[in-house]
Design a protein around this ligand. Structure first.
Ligand SMILES: CC(=O)CC(=O)SCCNC(=O)CCNC(=O)[C@H](O)C(C)(C)COP(=O)(O)OP(=O)(O)OC[C@H]1O[C@@H](n2cnc3c(N)ncnc32)[C@H](O)[C@@H]1OP(=O)(O)O
Ligand SMILES: NC(=O)C1=CN([C@@H]2O[C@H](COP(=O)(O)OP(=O)(O)OC[C@H]3O[C@@H](n4cnc5c(N)ncnc54)[C@H](OP(=O)(O)O)[C@@H]3O)[C@@H](O)[C@H]2O)C=CC1
Length: 283
């Protein structure tokens, strides 16, 4: 399967990172979001990252221009008719994702793969919204995408072997490391990571220690690069809550119940770094 043209849906922190690494690997990229200003914000982040690469001598100014030239801005899903693969990185909500996939199924060429960067939602259910479940797959990048090596590849029940192989090959061409997993809530990454973050929030909620102390324990005691509350802010508290809800509902086990403090913060609009306030405040 020859993949040259890629569409990324959602120009948030994940979508813009995925667009950057695809453009750097020479793919032609359409970066799509609901409004032009969201796409422009994503291009702004990519430009900043590339400028840092130039300043550090890892890339020339001409290479930066050429990478940016590989990215087209899109606010129209119809642009999917021109691509070989769509990677969806919109918000972590099943209704929104299934609507996007049903539309893409009508628009994208027959050969096109429809991938989702979902961090926890069942790929099989997303695939069932299309008439091409064999071409639907999970391609789960880690944040920040330009830095993190892993891509968790999730097979839905119907995903074809050649589609899995194409995504594995594409992952390697992006200079990332693919790891194959099966379709269960939270896959491997968030089934293990998110209960730890949720427990850190309970630790705060129950007054065991301060935000700073909890992070310090995990950073200095366990050598984690970021404390769990810093990491939760970095991921987005809305995304953390959606993932916990998927685990709770998907396994029907109360050990995954989201901490009420997490719910409260999300209801307050304290979504972490991206909204300027979470467990910490950001200027
Ligand atoms: C929720 C999900 O579904 C799945 C997930 O993604 S879970 C989240 C997974 N990610 C993590 O756990 C990240 C944990 N944190 C880390 O690994 C590190 O703190 C970090 C890599 C983010 C930053 O590393 P650091 O050493 O503390 O900071 P810093 O020295 O500023 O950055 C290291 C490099 O990363 C780059 N970097 C940092 N943040 C970046 C960003 N947001 N975008 C692009 N590049 C970034 C820096 O430019 C720097 O590059 P060079 O050394 O090549 O110049
Ligand atoms: N944050 C993380 O660490 C990780 C997140 N993920 C997954 O990646 C996905 C995106 O997360 P993230 O980038 O953090 O979220 P963000 O909130 O940063 O970005 C999501 C973007 O998608 C846009 N969007 C929402 N609905 C649509 C739509 N129908 N069509 C096009 N664009 C849309 C949003 O616009 P608007 O602002 O208007 O809502 C926003 O710009 C989620 O599924 C998440 O679970 C995966 C790995 C890590």
């Amino acid at each position: 399967m020859n993949i040259k043209k890629v569409m990324i849906i959602g120009a948030g922190q994940m979508g813009s990172g995925i667009a950057q690494v695809c453009a750097q690997a020479g793919f032609e990229v359409y970066l799509n979001d609901l409004k032009p200003e969201f796409v422009e914000r994503g291009i702004g982040v990519i430009t900043k990252n590339l400028t840092r690469n130039v300043e550090k001598g890892r890339m020339t100014e001409d290479e930066k221009t050429s990478v940016l030239g590989n990215i087209k801005q899109s606010t129209n899903l119809q642009d999917a008719q021109n691509v070989d693969i769509v990677i969806e990185a919109a918000v972590e909500n099943m209704d929104i994702k299934t609507k996007i996939f049903a539309q893409l199924d009508e628009i994208a060429p027959e050969h096109a793969i429809l991938a989702s960067n979902t961090s926890s939602l069942p790929i099989t259910e997303i695939a069932a919204a299309t008439k091409r479940p064999e071409k639907v797959i999970g391609m789960h990048f880690m944040n920040p995408v330009p830095v993190m090596k892993l891509v968790e590849i999730i097979r839905g029940l119907a995903t074809a072997d050649e589609v899995y192989q194409a995504i594995e090959d594409m992952t390697k061409s992006l200079n990332k490391v693919p790891v194959e997993v099966n379709d269960f809530p939270g896959f491997v990454s968030n089934r293990i990571l998110m209960p730890m973050i949720n427990e850190a929030i309970y630790t705060l909620y129950e007054g065991v220690a301060t935000v700073e102390a909890i992070d310090e324990v995990m950073k200095l005691g366990m050598n984690h690069p970021m404390g769990p509350l810093t990491l939760a802010d970095f991921i987005g508290l809305d995304t953390c809550l959606y993932i916990m809800e998927t685990l709770h509902e998907g396994f029907g086990d109360d050990k995954y119940r989201p901490c009420p403090l997490l719910r409260k913060y999300v209801k307050a609009g304290w979504l972490g770094k991206k909204s300027g306030r979470g467990f910490y405040t950001y200027s």
